[in-house]
Design a binder for this molecule. Structure first.
Ligand SMILES: [Zn+2]
Length: 558
């Protein structure tokens, strides 16, 4: 502990959702989490829109909405062009995260695997890169490429003192991941999390730290793979495959609980201890072919409309039969990557003779002169606006009418598919984002109750909406988890918690000024009113400019 007299530990259980954790608590699988929840301030943590890792972790770090960061997804548009690039081309990592401000004030910072920290940088403390590491190394002890830690020597120190460490999951992110069984996948998620915990414990013991941030990605990945087998609201929860895997899945959550218990103990009772997730989780039971839909409704046109022509009905049936057979046999993944990998393994001539009914579009395929609306990244629709997009055709005066028409059309079709309203949600970018980079925001964001359906960008689907009964998968939801444990914490459930509020709350814990230009607010309701932190005045300080400068610099790297 330092002269400042307090510490904070933020344990990210990526994508953790109370539906799953409460279920595991009920089954007696997570006793540490149960005890912790009972004595803590806890609640649902509202994520960003969209509820996706990036921008969520950037918003968490800065307390700023995506409109100030210029990042709305993993990929960002290059200016107003039709092309997208990884988010870190627009935004550098070292900037105005709350830990940067605390580092400047002399606090010791420890950062382990925070997803959007893709490149370690100089800080008063230490840092291990997140899974989007620019070096693309998974770190198994090689010394090539860009460094994965700050200071650079930390990498070899961990290998020597602790052993193997992985930034990401080597097997489940490999090219042949489809060939893994669920058992192999779950085993890897658990082992990498436990391995990371050994490093965290080593760093907690051997380094100076005031603020320690960690993300355990395993809780996100297991839900992506088998949510429907984990959670009672999954259609597959009562199947024999779910029963077969139950012991293993519960073993996984028991290990996560052990991690929570071990780290909570090592942090010490007087540490401000947070457990949080960047978003929640739920079923993913189907897919929606957005580009096929846009074309069908006349919003988009391709240069070569033949690309959308499906194979003859007879061939289509045959292919559907093959798809279904593979799907049943495989019983675990989206079938298209499997078919793609099978097709790719055939000699070129044979490959060409197989009609692939689904095509990925590139920007060159689109007839921009006849396209009013186009789709980019998850849930992002853009108006092809005259004077803004390179080949824009929609008059700015008519844009808002067009947007209203489009969401009305989409709403109607979604309600028809689900036999009733309530699944479709949409936002206009101009209404929910603010700041210097608002102009790059999607004109419309939409999803179905979070990511209940995958948005499939390929064209040539037989149906625009397609339920996928064989999927075991899950995907993100709006509400993550939140726990705050400390003698100052007000025990019980707290409403109105937002991911964007954590940065100012942590600055307040360390009695630092909260920059006036951030959007989050200090979560006063998690502290007892009569506690030192709860009764202390919230200090608002001068705005910060650093982040905006770093965006300008990083743009040059494109
Ligand atoms: Zn995820």
């Amino acid at each position: 502990m330092t002269e400042y007299g307090s510490r904070a530990f933020i344990l990210g259980l990526d994508g953790a959702d109370w539906k799953i954790l409460d279920h595991m608590i009920e089954r007696g699988v997570m006793p540490n989490l149960k005890r912790l929840k009972e004595k803590s301030s806890w609640g649902y943590l509202n994520s960003t829109i969209p509820p996706i890792t990036c921008p969520a972790w950037l918003v968490f770090g800065t307390g700023m909405n995506p409109g100030k960061l210029g990042v709305y997804y993993f990929l960002v548009r290059e200016g107003h062009g039709y092309h997208t690039v990884p988010f870190y081309f627009r935004r550098d990592v070292a900037g105005n995260n709350f830990w940067d401000q605390l580092s400047e004030k002399g606090f010791n910072i420890g950062i382990v695997n925070i997803p959007t920290v893709h490149q370690p940088y100089k800080i008063n403390g230490f840092m291990i890169s997140g899974f989007m590491s620019r070096s693309r190394r998974r770190w198994v002890g090689t010394r090539e490429g860009e460094p994965l830690t700050f200071p650079e020597g930390l990498e070899s120190e961990i290998i020597e003192k602790v052993g193997e460490y992985n930034i990401d999951f080597p097997k489940t992110t490999s090219k042949n991941y489809q060939l893994l069984s669920f058992e192999e996948e779950i085993e890897e998620y658990e082992q990498v999390a436990l391995q990371r915990t050994r490093t965290i414990e080593y760093l907690m013991r051997s380094k100076k730290w005031d603020i320690f941030l960690v993300d355990i990605m395993a809780t996100d990945r297991i839900s992506h793979s088998v949510y429907q087998l984990i959670c009672p609201d999954g259609e597959k929860y009562t199947t024999s495959r779910a029963r077969e895997l139950r012991r293993m899945i519960e073993g996984f959550y028991h290990s996560m609980d052990d991690i929570v218990g071990r780290i909570r103990k090592a942090a010490g009772e007087d540490c401000h201890f947070f457990v949080m997730s960047d978003h929640g989780f739920g079923n993913m039971t189907g897919r929606f072919a957005i580009n096929d839909w846009l074309m069908e409704k006349g919003y988009m046109r391709l240069k070569d409309q033949k690309r959308t022509t499906s194979p003859s009905p007879k061939r289509k049936n045959l292919f559907k039969k093959i798809y279904n057979a593979i799907s049943r046999f495989n019983h675990r993944h989206n079938i298209s990557p499997i078919i793609e990998s099978v097709v790719k393994s055939l000699p070129g001539r044979m490959q060409r003779s197989i009609p692939d009914p689904l095509k990925l579009l590139t920007e060159d395929d689109v007839d921009w002169g006849n396209t009013k609306v186009f789709y980019r990244e998850f849930g992002h629709l853009f108006i092809n606006l005259k004077g803004r997009e390179p080949e824009g055709i929609v008059d700015p005066d008519g844009a808002s009418k067009l947007m209203k028409e489009l969401v009305r059309d989409l709403d109607r079709d979604v309600a028809k598919h689900f036999n009733g309203p309530g699944r479709f949600r949409y936002f206009f970018g101009k209404d929910i984002y603010s700041g210097k980079y608002k102009e790059f925001a999607p004109d419309i964001y939409f999803d179905f109750d979070g990511i209940l359906y995958n948005i499939d960008t390929r064209v040539g689907h037989e149906e625009n909406f397609e339920p996928m009964p064989d999927w075991m998968k899950g995907n993100h939801r709006q509400d993550g988890i939140f726990i705050f444990d400390h003698p100052d914490a007000k025990a019980g459930k707290v409403e109105g918690l937002n991911l964007i509020d954590l940065a100012p709350t942590i600055l307040h814990i360390f009695d630092q000024e909260i920059p006036e230009n951030i959007d989050g607010r200090c979560l006063k309701s998690i502290f007892r009113d009569d506690s030192p932190t709860g009764s202390r005045k919230i200090r608002i300080g001068k705005p910060t400019e650093k982040l905006l400068i770093s965006i300008a610099i990083s743009k040059l790297k494109i």
